[in-house]
Design a protein around this ligand. Structure first.
Ligand code: UDP
Length: 240
């Protein structure tokens, strides 16, 4: 397990994408269930006020620092993280490793046609990849047992914040030797219906700004970022 840094109560793993993927590959080979949540500042802002949600978040084996806000927050608090570890990047690297190792991946979340497009694209991009099933994220009946029957090594759970963390928490006992990755809108990116920010935006830590330009309807949600930073500053002043 990784050392953690406390950011408004969330115990963020101080680990790079490469270290996280190495850890997950080991856990898959040892046939152990592993939960990875990938909170950004918006999610921490939403979860930190509620003890129950916060302990759900902290029950993960890995809490990856998905957004740059989390990295800045840790720095302001005087306990810097070594780097950002975006959920999408963890998923891509795990797909690369998994294609070589023969891991079975299950794609769960978003609309039916998006799942199918994502499967097609991933099979092209990662030759040899084994995708053992897909399930859209707008189910009416419980789907945990059906997914578990496919014996996946990895399930990408892309249901959006809170719904995906709760689903993993409530269903993981149905699986054995499975890694769960809660990675929000990543299915839409795999399918190509949403574009990830160009590298220059990522390098300049402006991925959030690119998302805002592309999806202006996220504006209200994104107000969580300044609120989060303000709360971090308040926490820091209280520490003094
Ligand atoms: N979604 C889903 N089922 C739901 C609600 C949302 O499958 O009941 C999907 C939605 O189609 C989208 C993803 O979850 O693909 C949420 O993406 P978003 O970028 O909002 O993720 P977040 O920022 O919350 O991690």
């Amino acid at each position: 397990m990784f050392q953690t840094v406390d950011v408004l109560g969330a115990k963020i793993s101080n680990a790079s994408v490469e270290e996280i993927v190495g850890f997950l590959a080991g856990r898959i080979k040892q046939k152990q269930n592993t939960v990875v949540y990938t909170p950004n500042s918006e999610i921490i802002e939403q979860f930190h006020k509620d003890e129950k949600l916060l302990s759900l978040l902290n029950s993960a084996d890995v809490l990856a620092a998905d957004g740059i806000g989390v990295v800045y927050g840790a720095k302001i608090l005087g306990t810097p993280l070594k780097c950002r570890a975006a959920g999408y990047d963890i998923a891509c690297r795990l797909l690369e490793v998994g294609a070589k190792e023969g891991f079975g991946f299950y794609l769960f979340g978003s609309k039916e046609e998006v799942c199918h497009l994502a499967k097609e694209n991933l099979e092209k991009k990662y030759p040899g990849i084994r995708i053992v099933g897909t399930q859209n994220g707008y189910f009416q009946e419980p789907v945990g047992e059906t997914i578990a029957k496919t014996n996946p090594d990895v399930v990408f759970v892309c249901l959006g914040a809170r719904k995906q963390e709760e689903w993993i928490y409530e269903n993981k006992h149905l699986f054995s030797g499975t890694t769960f990755l809660g990675i929000g809108g990543s299915m839409d990116v795999f399918a190509g219906v949403v574009k990830r920010a160009p590298d220059i935006f990522i390098k300049l830590n402006l991925e959030w700004f690119y998302r805002l330009l592309k999806q202006p309807t996220r504006f209200i949600r994104m107000l969580a970022l300044p609120r989060f930073l303000w709360r971090v500053i308040l926490r820091k002043t209280k520490q003094r």
